[in-house]
Write a protein that binds this ligand. Structure first.
Ligand SMILES: NC(=O)c1ccc[n+]([C@@H]2O[C@H](COP(=O)([O-])OP(=O)(O)OC[C@H]3O[C@@H](n4cnc5c(N)ncnc54)[C@H](OP(=O)(O)O)[C@@H]3O)[C@@H](O)[C@H]2O)c1
Length: 385
């Protein structure tokens, strides 16, 4: 039996992970499941999987969780510290799928205590990539990427990392691919959330529409696969069938294809190093028709230029980029700023931080930069964009 934990089990990635574990329940001993606010779903998952402990992020929800788990034998806990403590369990495999900056410390604890860190939380690599990787190196924890693009790249490289010439990340273009700039300027959160291909959480769906999600993935690629910024390309591929490609020194290109279903990369990470049957649709090429590509327009998606700037700045710039992006998204969701203002705000913050390429990227330094960049974001919004 493999001992597994899922952090963020009530979210979009989390629910897909639970779905796969439930299908082969007899192979796993579930240690910890964690959620943010969705007590009902967390309790349901923990009971179905006979988890040892279920943790909800907010302390005020402890009684609700205890009530929902009464008589089940699952231990109920609450609060951020309890989540971090759950991550110190020695498990064979742990999924880091909490959304946002809150996921970084969880990933770090997993890296210290688990054999495999299945990493969905993008912010861990964007804000503290060097830290997560050095922790894994120290403890021997294996980091397996769960983001569909990075799982695809990992699979395409197939151990030939010395011969990688370029990495081509595909992007769907989101709901505004063919909209006018005026429409984008006035876009509402509801319009931005309507992703054409993927069914994802609210925040990542809006980040996909602005391509901040792709910008994060470019930075993640730079960190994870140790390639230079100019070796990374982004291409718009509206069908989301090719999940990314890797070009090698001999000109050959390997592409990873599949239906847009997160259970494919999650299942790959869960089954690695084997490939085992997964409940995903099989591609029918005769029904598929054309696969199309076009270059992303950076005036439409300025977030891609901001990713380049962030990589050039190095050091703690990733933490500032992410904090400003998260703050901007909160403001957009609260309808305080417009859709295109999000990139304007991140640009202002990146221009104001004290960037030092050679700074020691410690957790304390990342937390401090996160706080500074959030303060700069509020200030920029107050002063007008
Ligand atoms: N969705 C995808 O297809 C996809 C693909 C690739 C990568 N990712 C990345 O994976 C991560 C999760 O994405 P998602 O789409 O699954 O997000 P989501 O649906 O919003 O779920 C987020 C999870 O985190 C929990 N959570 C929220 N705030 C928390 C906090 N402060 N402390 C502890 N737990 C908290 C949520 O709990 P409640 O729901 O109970 O409040 C939920 O379990 C993100 O970093 C995202 O960028 C997602």
């Amino acid at each position: 039996m493999r001992r597994v934990s899922v952090f963020g089990s009530t979210g979009s990635v989390g629910q897909n992970t639970i779905d796969l574990i439930l299908r082969r329940f007899e192979e796993f001993e579930v240690i910890a499941l964690t959620g943010g606010r969705n007590v009902k779903l967390l309790a349901k998952q923990a009971i179905a999987l006979r988890a040892k402990v279920a943790v909800v992020a907010h302390r005020d929800l402890l009684t609700d969780l205890q009530d929902a788990l009464a008589g089940s034998g699952v231990h109920a806990r609450a609060g951020r510290d309890a989540i971090l403590e759950a991550a110190t369990n020695d498990v064979d495999w742990a999924m880091s799928a909490v959304v946002g900056f809150a996921g970084l410390e969880i990933s770090l604890e997993i890296a210290k205590h688990s054999k495999v860190l299945a990493l969905a939380n993008k912010e861990s690599l964007v804000c503290g990539g060097a830290l997560v990787q050095s922790t894994c190196l120290k403890t021997g924890c294996l980091l397996l990427p769960v983001d569909s693009e990075h799982s695809a790249i990992f699979q395409c490289i197939g151990g030939m990392d010395k011969s990688v010439e370029r990495i081509i990340l595909t992007a769907s273009g989101g709901p505004f691919l063919n909209s006018s700039m005026t429409t984008m300027e006035k876009a509402t959160p509801e319009q931005a959330m309507a992703h054409p291909n993927w069914d994802m959480g609210q925040r990542i769906s809006i980040d996909s529409a602005s391509m901040f999600n792709k910008a994060m993935e470019v930075i993640e690629t730079h960190v994870l696969f140790d390639v230079l910024p100019d070796q990374i390309e982004v291409i718009v591929h509206p069908q989301s069938i090719i999940h990314s490609m890797v070009g090698f020194d001999d000109g050959a290109i390997m592409a990873h294809l599949g239906p847009p279903d997160m259970r494919a990369p999650i299942g790959f990470a869960l089954n690695w190093p084997e490939r085992t049957e997964l409940p995903v649709e099989r591609l029918d090429f005769s029904a598929l028709g054309a696969l199309t590509f076009k270059s992303p327009q950076t005036d439409r998606y300025p977030s891609l230029l901001l990713a380049q700037q962030t990589m050039e700045l190095g050091g703690l710039a990733g933490a500032a980029f992410n904090a400003a992006k998260e703050a901007a998204l909160d403001m957009f969701l609260a309808r305080e700023i417009g859709f295109l203002d999000m990139a304007r705000l991140v640009q202002v913050v990146l221009g104001q931080i004290d960037a030092d390429r050679n700074v020691d990227v410690t957790l304390e330094a990342v937390l401090a930069m996160n706080a500074t960049a959030r303060e700069l974001s509020s200030q920029a919004a107050r002063e007008g964009l």
